[in-house]
Design a protein around this ligand. Structure first.
Ligand code: GDP
Ligand code: MG
Length: 151
């Protein structure tokens, strides 16, 4: 079963959209296995966005993500990485499909509300960066068999 890392970024928190993001992921059928509300340190922000270091928007991105609290989560389900990226929508809200979070609540790339891991490999790395193993909750959900068939 796949896991992926999700952030409701500071703009999403400030605009009262934590519940909206959680509701959409729950409704999709994914299962929450970890969550924490925190103010991101510059160090954590720089590690999380290391791949973007040197890009023109990097400083602004670090300032944005450390500007106010975020909601960090781990979600689990079949194809969780791709499913969550799809629910978030394209990086630039003006290119995101209607019905996605970034389309429905966003306008510009520098305030695009959420983060989601873009590959299984990066999901593992991001979950490890943000969560200790004991902070993840392994639990059975009775409705799972009505959402997907397990092999
Ligand atoms: P994501 O995986 O869809 O979040 O997109 P990326 O990994 O490409 O970029 C990380 C984050 O950096 C995005 O979610 C945006 O918040 C920000 N970002 C990306 N590209 C740009 C850009 O061209 N300008 C600005 N201001 N921010 C950007
Ligand atoms: Mg990315």
């Amino acid at each position: 079963m796949e896991q992926t890392f999700v952030l409701v970024k500071p703009d999403g928190v400030q605009r009262g959209l934590i519940g909206e993001v959680i509701a959409r992921l729950e409704r999709r059928g994914l299962k929450l296995v970890g969550a924490k509300f925190l103010h991101v340190s510059r160090k954590l922000a720089e590690e999380h966005y290391a791949v973007h270091k040197g890009k023109p928007f990097y400083e602004g991105l670090i300032n944005y993500i450390t500007s106010a609290p975020v909601m960090a989560m781990v979600w689990e389900g079949p194809n969780a990485v791709a499913v969550v990226r799809q629910t978030m929508g394209a990086t630039r809200p003006y290119e995101a499909a209607p019905g996605t979070i970034r389309h429905d609540f966003g306008l510009t790339v520098s305030r695009n509300l959420t983060h989601a891991s873009d590959s299984v490999e990066n999901a593992i790395a991001e979950i490890t960066l943000w969560f200790k193993p004991e902070e993840l909750v392994s639990w059975g959900r009775d409705t799972d068999r009505w959402i997907f068939e397990s092999n």
